[in-house]
Design a protein around this ligand. Sequence first.
Ligand SMILES: Nc1ncnc2c1ncn2[C@@H]1O[C@H](COP(=O)(O)OS(=O)(=O)O)[C@@H](OP(=O)(O)O)[C@H]1O
Length: 271
Amino acid sequence: MEDIDRLLLKLKGYYFDHLSVDIGFIENLDDFEIREDDVFIVTYPKSGTIWLQQLLIPFFEYNFQKIYLGKRPSPGLLSTHLSYYLVPRGLKNKRAKIIYVYRNPKDVMCSYFHFEKNVKLQFTRTFEEYMILFLEGRVLRSLWFDHIKGWYEHRSLFNIQFMMYEEMKKDLRGSVLKICKFLGKELSEEDMDTVVRQATFENMKYDPLANYDKIITTAYGTNVKGHFLRKVTIGDWKSHMTVEQNESFDKIFQREMKDFLLKFIWDVNED
Ligand SMILES: Nc1ncnc2c1ncn2[C@@H]1O[C@H](COP(=O)(O)OS(=O)(=O)O)[C@@H](OP(=O)(O)O)[C@H]1O
């Protein structure tokens, strides 16, 4: 598993991408200026980052225009995969709002596996090997368990709203309403329809500005296979994991997530 370590760079106890990390920026992250009208999307990879961006960007355009264009030229919407302890001090002072999106980790793992396989030429892992790395946190952005537990257990430090990918999938409109409430904004029925419509899979899949395929090709080259919006489903893990793999995953999950309060949805038929 040595080549994994060549692709990853551990800084401050967290795995970054060796090729693209800006070490100076990470070293000085604590001082990064946070403005009160910033909104951060925080996720472990493959949990719905781009989806949330797609929801919030039109949302800002339609409703936050005055605030954003008048007050600050830089984007007020920022996304990060960082662990709670690495983010700027200003966020820990509850200066800005954070939306944390989480997804059941079996589907995260499968989505991540395909992503790595499709974009990285050097990636030769089998699913079995990747699962071991994922469960040990020897992947880009480190251990899923640490990420979600860190953010959730330190939630009182932040102005944070937790959103579940699967709930968004089952009730996108209800999820947008929840986000509106958190951001203290009201959408007209018409704006709500537009926001929801723009963030549906059907719209994003064929919109080159939303489906991320071009961005991925620019970042990783034209050898990239597959599509960024891949399965967009709940329970895809069932078509990847053997019964034994599932049992060993469950064992680790139960040990790591004992007493954890947030619930997860593992199956498309589950409420
Ligand atoms: N509109 C919509 N509806 C449902 N699901 C969606 C949507 N947009 C993105 N996705 C799915 O989110 C997965 C990618 O997650 P991220 O955006 O967090 O990836 S990344 O970490 O920023 O690379 C990836 O999941 P998989 O399809 O399971 O691979 C995307 O398909």
